[in-house]
Design a protein around this ligand. Sequence first.
Ligand code: NDX
Length: 256
Amino acid sequence: SMQCFPGLVLALSSLLGALALLQLSLYLRVPSRYGKHEERLCRPRGRLPARCAWFLQELPSFLVPALLLALRSPPRLEPLGCRLLCCLFCWHYFYRTFIYPFFTRGRPFPLQLLFFGMLFCIYNGFLQGYYLIYCAEYPNDWCTDIRFTSGLLLFLLGMGINIHSDLLLRQLRKPGEVTYKIPQGGLFTYVSGANYFGEIVEWFGFAIATWSLPAFAFAFFTLCCIGPRAYHHHRYYLKTFMDYPKSRKALIPFVF
Ligand code: NDX
């Protein structure tokens, strides 16, 4: 049966960090081509309805760690902290896979990106799940450790902001509509990328709570992936709407 190979965890985490840097260098200049940044001049490539695309893309991030957890025998994850941490990851992806897609009013998603997105979710789902289920070791009082409690708090706060902001974005459209409007309310009062800000806070919280290399690599990847995207959203809004609120920042309230 499976066991912990620390070298594998180190290698996969390093590759995730390298992918993050690759993304940063690619997407600082040009945004990834989906949603409002899709190229219209290009020949129309294959697309899938947003609902199917997000479901399929995010499913492995839920399924892979959930299966690893179910197949582990005898069940390890004894300290409460450890079990809780794995459940947090699955909880987020339960939302992203089984709830978010069914309410989205997004435009069809490019198949090519869906393919890479799925590969990424398999990779990351395996890394986070494998590490927490087979490698992580926490003292029995990890639940009262300041890293666990503050990380958990940040995770919950970030998740709250992310879900609330997703909701505000969705309400900008009636079913069937695909136009863009100025997001209002919640953290959108301060930043253009409120949903991204929430997601980034969430994964840094997770990294602090697990205090692990794979989770810090993933938080860094998230920052490099959707950080630049928030900046491109911001520029798009400034270019498109003359009355866009001047004091609003791109990603971090009052700062940037
Ligand atoms: N999926 C994470 N890289 C990504 C898909 C793309 O979960 O090859 C990363 C994720 C993947 C990416 C994923 C990984 C890297 C990939 C990339 C493609 C290429 C890239 C694979 C897996 C790659 C290398 C080089 C390393 C191999 O019509 P519409 O769709 O625009 O409508 C939108 C609507 N909306 C508005 N409606 C009215 N008026 C407005 N002004 C509106 N503005 C937006 O709201 C959508 O329906 C909805 C949300 O849109 P948007 O653009 O704000 O968010 P979106 O980017 O679609 O993300 C949705 C949620 C969000 O909560 C975000 O935090 C989370 O998913 N997310 C997204 C991306 C990655 C991620 C989280 C993470 O890294 N944790």
